[in-house]
Ligand binder design. Structure first.
Ligand SMILES: *Cc1c(COP(=O)(O)O)cnc(C)c1O
Length: 379
């Protein structure tokens, strides 16, 4: 954790808007994941915090990576390109999953040289992979319940479980190997039952595939969704881990590799945003502050990620419910209509914590306002 005093001095030193990444916290989250889910190899979902320094720290901790585009692939590959070709190849198989079920043909052509592991969820994609990346290993993404997740991810991707084995056999007929099954229970999943259902569904597909003569599957990818502790209503990770551990032990023999793709869980609590007040007004009788960061920038998660961030003050004093707006001219650029803040002045700093996931990663340059400067601490 970074103290308020440290946040403030970083803002004085580097200027605002500032996005701060605490690498001690990244390592702590990674180690907690390994400790509570010892059988599961985490493939960090790069999109949650696409940053070379974050990738490097997690790489050094022993993480693998989930990428979904060539630039994300390059961010990870940067860490291994110095290796000899043979080592590199071994590493790729173990350390990268290209987990975007729909891939442009250009991407498949470029990926093929790395013999990557890629996900797919339909026949059209099997044909594309066969033609443009025949050296890829496949992982079938299935559709599972996303009940109660903050961000729903099942409407866009995933084969219906009932057609899973048909697709696996279809890929096999075309000479491709389906290595296993993947799913995503929805991001920030606080309904742990989603994992139980998805694991049982997956075990049923393994059994049906075996009955129908397909025995090459050796991995289960349990996706992301592991909740960040945004508030006290989120049950501890170790409770979820206990549930997952007992299900995978019951359902999958030891030789089946278990992967996961945590994104938010590694980076959410490692990120802080510090900005400053550039203007103030009273609107509808309410103190209203305009700051130099907003929903087109570090607070983008309020739109794309359905996540609400609280604006906090460095000053003490009697608070009143205040509005906080971003710097752009768009009326959508509202961070809060009711955060308890003391009376603040122009140039005062404010901050948010737990803002490391899906925040700066989806910032824009809208209205000419540049994304926040990034500072890495405890690297
Ligand atoms: C976004 C995404 C993740 C990461 O999800 P979190 O909820 O942040 O853990 C993992 N896998 C896939 C395929 C994704 O699209």
């Amino acid at each position: 954790m970074i103290t308020k005093a440290r946040l403030k001095s970083l803002a004085e030193k580097h200027g605002t808007p500032l996005f701060i990444v605490d690498h001690d916290e990244l390592r702590k989250n990674f180690r907690a994941f390994r400790k509570y889910l010892p059988r599961v190899q985490p493939y960090f979902a790069v999109k949650a915090g696409a940053d070379a320094a974050i990738v490097r720290t997690l790489f050094n901790e022993g993480a693998s990576f989930d990428v979904a585009s060539m630039p994300e692939f390059a961010l990870v590959y940067e860490n291994i390109k110095h290796l000899k070709k043979k080592e590199r190849q071994a590493w790729i198989w173990d350390r990268i999953i290209y987990a975007n079920p729909i891939k442009p043909v250009e991407t498949l052509r470029e990926l093929d040289q790395y013999k990557p592991l890629v996900t797919f969820d339909n026949l059209e994609e099997i044909e594309k992979i066969k033609q443009h990346a025949p050296h890829a290993g496949l992982c079938l993404r299935i559709k599972v319940a996303n009940t109660g997740a903050m961000v729903e991810l099942s409407s866009k991707f995933g084969a219906m479980p009932g057609e899973a084995v048909d697709l696996i056999l279809e890929a096999d007929r075309r000479g491709l190997t389906v290595e296993g099954i993947s799913f995503h229970v929805g991001s920030q999943t606080t309904n742990f039952e989603n994992y139980v259902q998805a694991l049982n569904l997956t075990a049923n597909i393994f059994a049906e595939a075996k009955d129908r003569g397909y025995t090459k599957m050796n991995l289960v990818d349990i996706g992301g969704g592991f909740p960040a502790p945004y508030d006290s209503s989120v049950r501890p990770f170790r409770e979820l881990a206990r549930i997952i551990n007992s299900e995978i032990k019951r359902l999958f023999p030891k030789h089946i590799e278990i992967l996961a793709e945590p994104g938010r869980f590694f980076v959410a609590t490692a990120g802080y945003a510090v900005s400053k007040i550039i203007g103030k007004a009273v609107r509808d009788g309410k103190a209203s502050y305009y700051i130099n960061d907003g929903v087109y920038h570090t607070y983008s998660g309020q739109l794309f990620d359905h996540c609400k961030y609280t604006i906090k003050s460095f000053k003490r004093g009697k608070t009143s419910l205040s509005a906080v707006f971003g710097p752009t001219c768009d009326a959508l650029d509202v961070i809060s209509m009711a955060d308890p803040l003391p009376n603040l002045e122009r140039d005062d700093f404010v901050y948010s914590d737990n803002i490391g996931a899906y925040s700066r990663a989806s910032t824009t340059h809208f209205n000419g306002f540049e994304p926040a400067t990034v500072v890495h601490v405890n690297e």
